[in-house]
Write a protein that binds this ligand. Structure first.
Ligand code: SAM
Length: 482
């Protein structure tokens, strides 16, 4: 039997089944233990530290107690602290991105994904470099600056060389006033050597969803193909970090297994990365299974109701306060709206999950990965965010300034992120408004930017930001590259 060891590089030692079971037992036994819950909440609460704020974060056991807790007043307190942390460290900024599907060829047999190799009626597509160009131009015309590229796993049709070629093409496109400034990558687990090549290609975050941390279920849900290898998949982030990628993004596909098990596994994975590499995950995504071509989500009997989904988000926020959290268009406007308050820092907008979808007039379904619930345009999402008091940000500065991995985390932990990110968010939002927004969105946005500028504490930074924003509006199109 494997022994739990967060510093081990072996999957069954850092995601240890027995430790997860013991955690769930501990959480169940303490879910009404008010003294313990209060102690955990106190630890999670942001505290003053010199001029800034710090946050304790929680262990997987502590966070699991909060997730299990069913005392209404304590749950309200969890939501309040989640909001407090979100505002203290991320402010009201929400980073915008879009997925770009390169290829849906796949040799795996994942039973929840319509790209599984047995699906013979889904249209298989792989973008040529010309098509990548056309898709990226369509995304730039919407105003996107940050993409997450997605592909199935197929060493013949989508080898790493293909992915690298696409990244090169994407970064090379200068169209009107824009350019894609950060390409995040969501492709199957690979070798250290390949991760090194991705790093050299200038990727942002390497994202890989664990799908489920429950090994037995994982093996059943991934019956064939390279993805069947649970250990290789679970140890991928360590290889990515060994290959020099210091921003990695975790996630589980909620609905496959019991959510409390997944939650404990996810936090243990974050603890492991911190223990071994000195830096936790850059982001955590919270996808839920969706209906897709030959996939009926009702077949999976671990689906979670919206209220529990929101509680999971709040508990992740308390456990890993410095990790960005991503919610995609798998969720509808209502759920996204509530989740934003509880700690989400990045959302997609105007997404299409089909290969070549952005160049089509209508949302195509033939090569789609899953049904998109939030079908609004980017402009509609941006306007909605601003009306709800958020600042949509198109900033990618940290990544280009080398503020990745522990350097980004240090900034975040010192509360300094507010001094850097707030003005950058306002400048990039102004770029978006000037170049891409509808008249109505522009009006709301310019007003918001003016108000938010006044909130910048440092006079020098305020002056620079004000001058830049004026220049962006007047230049009508200079690429400021924030
Ligand atoms: N092929 C890559 C891999 O193996 O990790 C990842 C790319 S895949 C395009 C991105 C993610 O979509 C998967 O990791 C999975 O969690 C999610 N996904 C697959 N089928 C889904 C479904 N029916 N509903 C929602 N999300 C799904």
């Amino acid at each position: 039997m494997a022994i739990y060891n967060p510093k081990s590089l072996k999957a069954d030692e850092f995601i240890n089944h027995e430790e997860i079971l013991a955690t769930l037992e501990y959480a169940e036994a303490n879910k009404n233990n008010i003294a313990l819950i209060d102690e955990i909440l106190e630890k999670a609460r942001p505290k003053k530290n010199g001029n800034g704020l710090i946050c304790g974060g929680l262990t997987h056991r502590e966070a699991s107690v909060l997730l299990a807790c069913d005392i209404p007043e304590k749950n309200e307190e969890i939501y309040r602290i989640a909001e407090e942390i979100k505002l203290a460290f991320y402010g009201n900024r929400i980073v915008m991105f879009a997925p770009l599907y390169l290829s849906n060829y796949c040799v795996n047999g994942c039973v929840y994904c319509p790209y599984h190799y047995k699906n013979k009626h889904i249209t298989r597509k792989k973008l040529t470099q010309e098509e990548v160009r056309a898709e990226v131009i369509a995304l730039q015309d919407m105003g996107h600056k940050r993409l997450a590229i997605e592909a199935g796993e197929d060493p013949v049709n989508n080898p790493l060389e293909y992915i690298l070629e696409c990244i090169k093409t994407i970064y090379s496109i200068k169209h009107k006033n824009g350019a894609i400034r950060r390409v995040n990558v969501n492709i199957a687990a690979t070798t250290v050597e390949n991760y090194r090549k991705l790093k050299e290609a200038g990727i942002g975050t390497y994202i890989l969803f664990q799908e489920t941390y429950h090994k037995e279920s994982y093996l059943e849900l991934h019956p064939t193909g390279p993805k069947h290898d649970y250990d290789y998949h679970t140890e991928a982030m360590d290889r990515a970090m060994e290959g020099g990628i210091d921003d990695v993004g975790l996630g589980v596909l909620f609905g496959l297994e019991k959510y409390r098990y997944e939650f404990a596994g996810l936090i243990m994975h974050a603890e492991h990365l911190e223990a071994v590499h000195g830096v936790g995950p850059h982001t955590i995504s919270v996808p839920r299974i969706k209906r897709a071509d030959d996939i009926d989500p009702d077949v999976f009997d671990n689906s979670i109701p919206d209220e529990m989904f929101e509680k999971i988000i709040a508990c992740i926020r308390l456990a890993v306060p410095y990790t960005g959290m991503i919610i995609s268009t798998r969720e509808n406007e209502e759920v996204r709206g509530r989740a934003l308050r509880l700690g989400i820092s990045q959302i997609s907008g105007g997404s299409r999950t089909s290969v070549g979808g952005y160049t089509e007039e209508e949302r195509p379904h033939d090569s789609e990965q899953f049904d998109v619930s939030d079908q609004r345009t980017l402009d509609e999402v941006v306007k909605w965010l601003m009306e709800k008091g958020h600042i949509p940000s198109f900033c990618t500065a940290c990544y280009r300034e080398g503020r990745t991995g522990d350097r980004f985390m240090a900034l975040c932990k010192n509360g300094q992120i507010l001094n850097c990110c707030h003005p950058n968010a306002l400048m990039t939002l102004t770029e978006y408004l000037t170049d891409y927004a509808s008249e109505e969105t522009k009006k709301i946005g310019y007003e918001l930017v003016e108000n938010e500028l006044q909130k910048i504490p440092g006079e020098k930074i305020k002056k620079i930001a004000t001058e830049n924003i004026k220049a962006i509006k007047e230049s009508n199109g200079r690429d400021f590259r924030f």
